[in-house]
Design a protein around this ligand. Structure first.
Ligand SMILES: Nc1ncnc2c1ncn2[C@@H]1O[C@H](COP(=O)(O)OP(=O)(O)OP(=O)(O)O)[C@@H](O)[C@H]1O
Ligand SMILES: [Mg+2]
Length: 221
């Protein structure tokens, strides 16, 4: 980096519906940060630590209605609490940037809006569990629901992957999620930036890098 001063490690989350391109973009962002001399870890939710990955299995597999909405929200929050304590905070404390594939906005979208528990309920639950811990920047990948679901289905591992509990919900559920993410972005415009995701992988990544550079005052490469 230009002045060789270590920049305080940042926490960036990527959000958006199924197949929006989160996992694709996070890898490219990590590669670019590394080329800028910035070490990072990529992690994901639900999961991201040993215990949270165990809870992940309960959440992403099996019957769509296997949990009541409240249990689903509690399991997500339990997994996130582990993830923050065991993976995210230790990485930030050792100057690694954290790039997280989904974080608490997913709970607001999926359990708050999709499962109709309400934003306030989810926010209160999360505040009880881990206080006001938030990403420094959240990139919300937005694209028409049908395109995202088609992309998710065409993924290489889509046929063998049993992690499709949310993907199997109907179109209106996914439309609700999309609207919820856009509402989060308009509520918190400083933290959240919407990125149009119906573009090529490269052009989305270019936009993401510009946002990250601007937000954290990184030099132009
Ligand atoms: N901009 C793009 N244009 C076309 N295809 C894309 C684009 N970005 C990603 N894909 C493809 O779409 C599929 C889903 O992408 P990816 O796994 O990155 O999405 P995701 O948001 O992580 O999905 P999920 O929520 O299901 O984990 C992959 O096969 C990927 O190669
Ligand atoms: Mg993914």
């Amino acid at each position: 980096m230009a002045d060789n001063k270590p920049l305080k490690a940042k926490f960036i989350s990527l959000e958006g519906g199924e197949g929006a391109g989160k996992s694709t973009q996070i890898r490219l962002l990590a590669d670019w940060l590394s080329s800028q001399g910035i070490p990072s870890i990529c992690t994901r939710e639900p999961g991201g630590s040993d215990g949270a990955e165990l809870i992940r299995d309960l959440l992403v597999k099996g019957a769509v209605d296997r949990w009541t909405p409240i249990t689903e929200a509690l399991l997500m929050t339990a997994a996130r609490t582990e993830h923050i304590a065991r993976t995210i905070k230790p990485a930030l404390a050792t100057d690694k940037w954290v790039l997280c594939d989904r974080f608490f906005d997913s709970s607001i979208a999926y359990q708050g809006a999709g499962r109709a528990l309400g934003t306030r309920y989810i926010k209160d639950m999360q505040t009880l569990a881990f206080d006001a811990f938030k990403p420094d920047l959240t990139l919300i990948l937005d694209l028409p629901v049908k395109i995202g679901l088609a992309r998710a289905k065409s993924r290489e591992n889509a046929k063998t992957d049993s992690e499709d509990r949310f993907e199997r919900l109907d179109l209106s559920f996914h439309e609700t999620l999309r609207a919820a993410y856009l509402a989060i972005a308009s509520d918190e415009p400083e933290r959240c930036k919407v990125v149009k995701a119906d573009q090529t992988v490269d052009s989305i990544q270019t936009t993401i890098r510009q946002i990250v550079k601007q937000k954290f005052n990184l030099p132009n490469d």
